[in-house]
Design a protein around this ligand. Structure first.
Ligand code: ZN
Length: 279
């Protein structure tokens, strides 16, 4: 099953994406839908207003998650190419809902920086409360997967040891277009799918989510030791090699670039980068 949050004249609506149409579920967005313990049944049975798939205006998949937890350095191939050893614990940081944009919205390049970089990431969307769960138990708390780009402002990120200020710029982080349930992807909750970033059609990151050091269930279990994960929470699972700041010479996004973030079988975000104009 595929679910999305779309903008309508009456506000956002959660929809089930069928092969030939989108069907409203009766909820304002996917986050609200997921807060119902029987969300799978509700979404399956939904028969609300219908939309053509062409021309859907996708909002961020979950417009206002309680938590967006991000993971640093988590791709085995990228760790090996940098000569490091796999970490004992995941590196965690956070984003806030105002960072999010829809799958085809513009990404805002802040006026304050010329060092904005791409990070294609698998997003795990939580579908049930999880607290002190094992990795085996965590599987049941995973609603599904989506596509995220953890667009990062490198000069701000590296001003201090903490990365937060480079990761929380407004309107920088595409999330969507859809939530795809684990039964629809290779590997299920241990999804193994190709992940890529393209800038203006040039492939700059290419790996597979099978290279994750801490897989989705392990991450849900780990975070649940710390805090209760709630339905609609998002975990951004880290990015593979090929980011711009690690290139020689470094590369960054500029006004008008088309940033395409794709995970096979999950979906694609395609966002035009627009430089912020201060009046
Ligand atoms: Zn990242």
């Amino acid at each position: 099953m595929k679910l999305a949050t779309v903008r309508t004249q009456a506000g956002t609506r959660a929809v089930r994406l069928d092969a030939d149409r989108a069907v409203q579920t009766g909820h304002a967005d996917v986050g609200e839908l997921l807060r119902h313990p029987d969300w799978r049944d509700l979404a399956t049975a939904a028969d609300g207003a219908e939309h053509a798939l062409d021309g859907l205006d996708y909002a961020p998949l979950v417009p206002a998650p309680e938590k967006i937890i991000c993971v640093g350095l988590n791709y085995r191939d990228h760790i090996q190419e940098t000569g490091r050893t796999p970490p004992e614990y995941p590196t965690l940081f956070a984003k806030f809902p105002p960072t999010l944009v829809g799958a085809y919205d513009d990404v805002l390049l802040p006026a304050a920086s010329d060092q904005v970089d791409w990070e294609a990431e698998l997003a795990v969307v939580v579908g049930a409360p999880a607290r002190h769960v094992s990795a085996a138990e965590a599987v049941a708390a995973i609603a599904g997967f989506s596509v995220l780009n953890d667009v990062s402002v490198r000069d701000y990120q590296y001003r201090t040891l903490q990365w937060l200020q480079g990761k929380m710029f407004e309107a920088t982080t595409p999330l969507g277009p859809a939530l795809v349930t684990p039964d629809e992807v290779d590997g299920g909750t241990a999804i193994d799918a190709e992940i890529t970033t393209e800038v203006d059609g040039e492939v700059l990151q290419r790996s597979t989510t099978g290279q994750l050091v801490f897989d989705p269930a392990a991450l849900v279990a780990y975070v649940s030791e710390i805090i209760t994960l709630r339905p609609g929470d998002v975990i951004a699972t880290g990015t593979p090699g090929g980011v711009g700041h690690a290139r020689t010479p470094p590369r960054h996004l500029s006004d008008g670039n088309v940033l395409t973030t794709r995970i096979a079988g999950v979906g694609e975000c395609r966002n035009v980068c627009r430089k912020e104009k201060l009046s």
